[in-house]
Design a binder for this molecule. Structure first.
Ligand SMILES: Cc1cc2nc3c(=O)[nH]c(=O)nc-3n(C[C@H](O)[C@H](O)[C@H](O)COP(=O)(O)OP(=O)(O)OC[C@H]3O[C@@H](n4cnc5c(N)ncnc54)[C@H](O)[C@@H]3O)c2cc1C
Length: 369
């Protein structure tokens, strides 16, 4: 067999898995249906903790470092300083392409995988244009609605979230206003939020919902015009988001699902890149150690379990957005605790159990003033 592992999908999950495998001598092929580099709709907020799995610098593809957060709920607004070097902004075409080039894998782009056939000792991959490739292992890193998952019976039917986004060119003055700061707005959707994430030369502006898809396009256009970001109609992209809804089996013998294909998106924030990379790391470890059967359990222990706490938080938070804005989002201790979550320093569970402590800190600091 020419390849030990074929990775289907060249996003961060696929590129990371390929990287961790080739580093240990595996022969890996990545098949990506789009011509690379490709545009990927994404706000592009990446926690630095996700980059720390790799021994090289991402400086050349970082658009901005973030050190301020701005939140609004209806007409209320708070600005909070967040730790420096905790969150960066990237454009996914450059970021994903950089990672795939670093992976050391052979890459076949502009080639769509149609079907996987699984046998005891190997798998075959059928390409849409014709032809078959034989491999020992297959990694399904092909995002929401994974063809790999469907082919081998790992597909989990579930409610998908939806996000819309526009990349908006703005003038220098507007760009400077959003420099090094992300903005998130609540109270716009009954179960989701609005965001402005700054890039070097433009703003990524979007709206995402976890459950009900309520007139999102109208709401996005209205917010863009209310904020005076552009007078021109903007080109809006849409993509489903596979929020984590429960821990199910994401491995069948020699086939593994990683990233969005395994539904590892945070149900509270919509963040998925960090888990895409971590799941790639875990899948690679399981293959290298021949611990295939441990993969689903390890993902559950290291990612899934805490994402279920994020889901509980999301259920409460989005039902009570006004209350949560006042008592949580406006509280710097809570925002900083959240930054620790994305830095892998505490879990959602721990953060939620510490809520009374954060209240106390906030209360005492207000008393002092
Ligand atoms: C609007 C929006 C904003 C977001 N913002 C953020 C954010 O700020 N931070 C964050 O962490 N996450 C964010 N996310 C989530 C994040 O984009 C995903 O979690 C992340 O892309 C998952 O990476 P992946 O590699 O698993 O999948 P993807 O990035 O979706 O990559 C899958 C790849 O597989 C390819 N593919 C699909 N089918 C086939 C096939 N049959 N054959 C070959 N190739 C195939 C696709 O072309 C694609 O390149 C956002 C998502 C959306 C929609």
């Amino acid at each position: 067999m020419k390849y030990d592992v074929v990775v289907v999908g060249g996003g961060p999950a696929g590129a990371a898995t390929a990287y961790f495998l080739t580093k240990h001598g595996a022969k890996v092929l990545v098949i990506e249906k789009k011509k690379l580099p490709r545009y990927k709709i994404c706000a592009g907020g990446v926690p630095v903790s996700a980059l720390e799995y790799f021994p090289f610098s991402f400086e050349s593809v970082i658009e901005q470092y973030i050190h301020r957060a701005s939140f609004f709920y209806k007409d209320k607004k708070v600005n909070i300083d967040i730790p420096k070097r905790c969150l960066v902004m990237v454009m996914r075409d450059r970021f994903d392409y950089f990672l795939i080039q670093k992976s050391g894998a052979e890459v076949l782009d502009n080639e769509c995988v149609e079907k996987i056939r699984q046998y005891k000792t190997h798998c075959t991959i059928s390409l849409k244009r014709g032809g078959e490739i034989k491999t020992k292992y297959v990694i399904g890193a092909d995002g929401a609605g994974s063809v790999v998952a469907k082919s081998v019976g790992l597909f989990q039917k579930c409610d998908l979230g939806l996000a819309l986004e526009a990349e908006i060119e703005v003038d220098e003055a507007v760009l400077n206003r959003y420099q090094s700061m992300f903005q998130v707005g609540f109270g716009v959707l009954s179960y989701g939020y609005f965001w402005i994430f700054p890039k070097k030369r433009h703003l990524s502006v979007g709206i995402g919902c976890i459950k009900k898809k309520e007139r999102m396009l109208q709401k996005l256009n209205k917010l863009v015009s209310q904020l005076g970001l552009t007078k021109n109609p903007c080109r809006v992209f849409a993509h489903p988001i596979p929020f984590h809804q429960g821990n199910y089996n994401i491995n069948k013998n020699n086939v593994f699902l990683v990233g969005d294909a395994a539904h590892l998106v945070d149900p509270f924030t919509g963040e998925g890149i960090r888990h895409a990379i971590l799941s790639g790391f875990i899948a690679a470890q399981c293959i290298l150690k021949r611990d295939e059967h441990k993969y689903s359990e390890q993902i559950k222990a290291k990612i899934g379990k805490d994402l279920l706490w994020a889901k509980r938080l999301a259920n409460f938070f989005y039902k009570h957005q006004g209350f949560c804005f006042r008592y949580f989002v406006s509280n710097p201790s809570v925002v900083n605790a959240f930054m620790k979550i994305i830095s892998n320093r505490i879990t959602y569970k721990r953060c939620m159990f510490r809520a009374p402590y954060y209240f106390l800190i906030d209360f005492l600091s207000k008393l002092k003033k």
